[in-house]
Design a protein. Structure first.
Length: 134
């Protein structure tokens, strides 16, 4: 009995496939999901998500959000997400630098803007970490 994994961001459906297992980065650590898992809602943290089908593991990077798990489906509503092979290191490094520079002037930023910039940095670090592993 396979699992359907769906990852959706505000911009697009990033991933929708049938898989054998999923490892999700949560704010409390990684959670492994197999078919037949008990229902679960959890907060997703920025990091590497691994989707395995047969002997192939696909890496995706998520930037936070929420996951809903049922026995046959994993739905992730993510702030941001990208497949590892689509990561452009130069673009990521530029985005991270701009966010870090903006955070240096935090006194002029709203709390919401600080949180958004910190999320950009966390997502960028997660992408760079995965890219350096390959």
């Amino acid at each position: 009995m396979p699992l359907t994994l769906e990852i959706v961001t505000p911009e697009a459906r990033v991933y929708s496939q049938t898989v054998d297992s999923v490892v999700i980065p949560t704010v409390e650590g990684e959670v492994g999901i197999l078919p037949g898992h008990v229902p679960l809602m959890t907060q997703v943290g920025a990091g590497e998500l691994r989707a395995t089908k047969g002997n192939v593991t696909e890496l995706l990077i998520v930037g936070g959000g929420f996951a809903q798990v049922t026995a046959e489906k994993v739905s992730i509503l993510a702030d941001s997400a990208i497949e590892a092979q689509r990561i452009d290191v130069n673009v990521v490094e530029d985005a991270m630098k701009r966010a870090e520079d903006a955070l240096k002037g935090m006194a002029h930023l709203s709390q919401a803007e600080v949180e958004r910039l910190e999320a950009v940095v966390r997502f960028s670090v997660a992408q760079l970490t995965v890219k350096k592993k390959r």
